[in-house]
Every structure is written in C-alpha cells, then in structure tokens.
Design a protein around this ligand. Structure first.
Ligand code: SF4
Length: 294
C-alpha cells in the first residue's frame, strides 16, 4: 500500500535534548541517587520505559508540586515542559539535587511573561488546562496571568479595569496554530489594543504545516503518538480539519487496526514531537507491506 511519509515528523530538538540529559544523568555516578523525573520527561510511554530501564524513576501526579512531594532524597529532573519557580525553590529547600531539562523554547515564554509583567501588562495565556506547560508559565507570574483555552474562557474573565488597560497575549508552544489564531482574534475583538506574542514553537508549526500540505489526497492519516502528547493530538485535528483527511492516533503498531486500511489506497503517516522514530518506522513498514485483500 502507498504510504505518504510526512516530513518533518517525530522527535523535535527539545525532546532529543531532554532525553539526552536524562541518559547522561543515569550514567553519572556522582549524582545523588535515586534519580527522579518530575512528571513524564516527554509525553511518551515508550520513551519513559527506556529511561526506567536505565534506573531513572518517573514520578507522576496531578501537578508538579504534588509530584515533587514524592521525591524525598536524591536528584530530580524537571521535564521539557518547564516548571514554575516555586517548584524549583521547593526542590532546593528540600536538599534535592536539581537538573532542568526544560526546552529552550519553553524558557523563552517563561522569560517573556516575566518581562511583560515587569512592563505592567496583564497576560492572557492561551493554553491547555491541566497540561504541565501552562502550569509552569502561570507559576512565573501568579496574579498577573489567566489561562484561556476557549472563547468561553475569555467571556468568563473577570479583570479589573486596570488589568484590562494593558493586556498582552502569550501561548503554549504545542497548540494548533489555527485554533490559537481563532482564540486570539476573539481576545482582540474584546481588547483591540492587546499586545500579541504567538509562542507556538517551530517544531510544532512545521509538523502541522507538513500535514496540511502532504496529507492532502490521502485516504487516512495515521498519527503515531501518546494520548497525553498535546502536539500529537493537534496533528490529528489538523489532518481532519485543515487537510480534510480522516485521522487516527495510535501509540504504536499494536494499536493499528487493519480494518482501517481496508478499501484505502494511500495512507499518510506522521508522528508527534515526542514519538520515538522506531515506533513510526514500524508502522510505515507494516502499512507499506499490507495488501488490502489480506
Ligand atoms: S514541541 Fe517545541 S516546545 Fe516542545 S520540546 Fe519540542 S521544540 Fe520544545
């Protein structure tokens, strides 16, 4: 069967760096043990399993502060999604050795919101509720920022007249460009003078644009990635809403249902920025060899 191998796809540089930081920590005998990761280093079960084999413990929970409470001694690694200054401070106060694997693109947003609040702005941060990245950014400037995911969240804002006078907009790095634009347009209709920063990272943008351009003409898009990976889920949405191609998300080949391929001729394959390449290669190889009449 014909496979459109969408490119670029899969690991971004932020994920590669974060994984490398953890692998090096695991090899370093000088680091205090145990070594914990505060949350999933990247949102991918397979990547986490590899690190578990190296002796690194992934802790998980509702938010970074409660996850940190589970680490009483040793070394803690903060994930690519970034973490609030308060969580870093709590880790240091508890005598934990800290390693920061925050993606540089996320750090840019942390620095930006600090700078904007210093200039007197109140920030509307467009992001996903419950995702660790907004948690870290909101923790940079508590009291000076609100998280908005939808137009309804904008309607529900209760800002003071002073806050409304100087609004700035910032965004999570892994959102859909098109959804984000819609929410930002809505905010700007309400606050026409709002100062806009779109902080969607280049890796997310190029993977989404590649789906729009290259999936066209396919019968189905298969997106390989973890259900908790925001950028993975956005690729599914982009294929369906912008390329007009139905899409399915699978964690790995074991979740690919052959009935999805029946009656199809061209399948597009892509992967989230936290998906190991090997998993995507296995999916591509299987579909290429698949004969629909089987
Ligand atoms: S998706 Fe973007 S922000 Fe997230 S780790 Fe990759 S490069 Fe960094």
């Amino acid at each position: 069967m014909e496979v459109i191998k969408i490119s670029p796809r899969g690991y971004c540089y932020g994920v590669v760096d974060a994984l490398q930081i953890v692998r090096q920590a695991a090899k370093d005998p000088a680091l205090p043990r145990p070594i914990y990761i505060i949350g999933q280093i990247v949102h991918n079960r397979h990547a986490i399993e590899e690190l578990t084999h190296l002796g690194v413990i992934t802790l998980d929970g509702a938010d970074r502060a409660s996850i940190l409470e589970q680490a009483t001694t040793g070394t803690v690694i903060f994930t690519a999604h970034g973490v609030s200054p308060l969580v870093k401070q709590q880790a240091r106060e508890r005598g934990l050795h800290c390693i920061d694997a925050t993606c540089p693109d996320v750090t840019v947003t942390h620095d930006l919101v600090q700078r904007l609040v210093g200039q007197g702005y109140y920030i509307l941060y467009v992001g996903k509720k419950g995702h660790p990245e907004p948690e870290g950014v909101l923790g940079e400037v508590p009291g000076h920022i609100s998280l908005v995911e939808t137009e309804a969240d904008v309607d529900a804002l209760q800002l003071t007249p002073q806050q409304e006078q100087k609004i700035a907009i910032s965004t999570q790095t892994t959102l859909s460009q098109w959804d984000t634009r819609r929410v930002i347009d809505y905010i700007q209709r309400r606050y026409p003078l709002a100062h806009v920063h779109i902080d969607i990272c280049k890796a997310t943008q190029t993977r989404q644009e590649a789906v729009v351009e290259q999936a066209k003409g396919a019968d189905l898009t298969v997106v390989v990635g973890d259900p908790r990976s925001n950028n993975t889920n956005r690729l599914v949405q982009v294929s369906e809403e912008l390329a007009g191609v139905p899409a399915v998300r699978i964690e790995d080949l074991s979740q690919l249902k052959t009935e999805w391929l029946w009656g199809k001729h061209r399948i597009a394959v892509t992967a989230g920025a936290s998906t190991p390449s090997q998993l995507t290669r296995e999916v591509i190889r299987f579909i290429e060899q698949f004969q629909p009449e089987e």
